[in-house]
Design a protein around this ligand. Structure first.
Ligand SMILES: NC(=O)c1ccc[n+]([C@@H]2O[C@H](COP(=O)([O-])OP(=O)(O)OC[C@H]3O[C@@H](n4cnc5c(N)ncnc54)[C@H](O)[C@@H]3O)[C@@H](O)[C@H]2O)c1
Length: 340
């Protein structure tokens, strides 16, 4: 049995705890960690962890913990992951992997040197429909991939700190890291250049204070091997959580995703049809989080390569920087480092 500690008991942390406390074979939620007493206490009460730490340094000193799941705010990922590797613990780290590419490099080097696994939290790759799409592409069912396009819309009002896009990156970072990862995965190639446009359509009251704030963007991407990409993202759309994608090939196309939450519709005498809209990523990807965790545990137990690597995490961080750079400068941004 692999003993796991989840560090960070917030929204995403609780999803991982649920997986390790119940659905994942070969692993056990031994401990949780969070400086907030209340968050720790409810994690212990809800998911039955035996140990609760207020300081992540103490997690590294616990010899019974084999693997950690890092679900703290992104700015702390690097320090925690590097320390965990030095302590010989396997690492699952949520996306965005870190605040910069150089931090990603440090994390990758630390895990490589220690011989521990490092998996990044792009759980959409574990969503069943996305996996079928990938299998169909790999089997040549749609010919060669020509274009991959993906959209993500989040319902909620941006938090105050997000309006400073120099720090938060706005929806390109907050919402669309997952889309970038899917594009790279389906295209099987690295992005060579991006062009992004965007605007603030829903919060005019913050426009004077935060003129760079955008709540919607559209981005085109060119891959090094000539494939095409499109990513569209938005925050505060209010109607629900929406993720859909389409892959166009030379001989076919694949559609993934739908807006409704359920497959039933209600038709009434006034001539209308009603279907409930999906309202949360926690619902949409509920199975994917369990499969993602199972894959991490299996990679450790079987000493097999993880399916979402530190390199994947770093490439998504790079695309967030390139995208925001393009949006703010109004220019096409090329990846000068591509192939370096
Ligand atoms: N894969 C996904 O779909 C997904 C979804 C949501 C969030 N995330 C990522 O997960 C991370 C956390 O996001 P969230 O939405 O859960 O945030 P959150 O604010 O809900 O939770 C963060 C938790 O970390 C705790 N924390 C702060 N400092 C800490 C420290 N020094 N040691 C231990 N815990 C500490 C906070 O007290 C809080 O409970 C972010 O990197 C975010 O981008 C990923």
């Amino acid at each position: 049995m692999l003993n796991v500690c989840v560090i960070g008991c917030g929204r995403a942390g609780r999803i991982h705890m649920k997986s390790y406390a119940g659905g994942v074979r070969g692993a056990n939620l031994l401990a949780v960690c969070d400086p907030m007493e209340e968050a720790r206490a409810s994690a212990v009460a809800d998911f039955g962890a035996d140990r609760a730490y207020a300081d992540w340094h103490d997690v590294m000193a616990d010899p019974d913990i084999d693997a950690i799941v890092v679900v703290t705010p992104t700015g702390m990922h690097r320090d925690i992951v590097v320390a965990a590797a030095a302590a010989g613990k396997h690492v699952f780290c949520e996306k965005p992997m870190a605040s910069s590419e150089s931090e990603c490099d440090e994390m990758i080097a630390a895990c490589d040197a220690a011989g521990v696994k490092l998996q990044i939290g792009f759980m959409r790759r574990f969503e069943e429909s996305a996996q079928h799409a990938k299998e169909a592409i790999d089997a040549g069912e749609i010919g060669d991939v020509v274009l991959v396009k993906s959209l993500t819309h989040g319902p909620s009002r941006p938090k105050e700190w997000m309006y400073d896009v120099r720090k938060s990156f706005g929806p390109i970072g907050e919402v669309s890291s997952h889309d970038f990862d899917l594009l790279r995965w389906f295209a099987g190639s690295e992005v060579e250049s991006v062009y992004a446009i965007g605007g603030n359509f829903r919060s005019p009251e913050v426009a004077d204070e935060w003129p760079e704030w955008y709540d919607s963007f559209a981005m085109t991407l060119s891959f090094a091997d000539g494939k095409l990409g499109m990513v569209e993202g938005a925050q505060y759309v209010q109607y629900g959580y929406d993720h859909r994608l389409e892959i166009l090939g030379t001989k076919g196309s694949i559609l993934v995703g739908q807006q409704p939450r359920e497959t039933y519709t209600v038709a009434t005498a006034d001539g209308t049809i009603r279907r409930p809209m999906n309202n949360s990523w926690t619902y949409l990807f509920r199975e994917a989080y369990i499969r993602e965790a199972q894959d991490f545990v299996d990679a450790i137990v079987d000493d097999a390569p993880v399916r979402v690597t530190g390199h994947d995490g770093k490439m998504a961080v790079r695309l967030v920087y390139m995208g925001l750079d393009s949006l703010l400068s109004g220019s096409i941004v090329h990846d000068e480092r591509h192939g370096a």
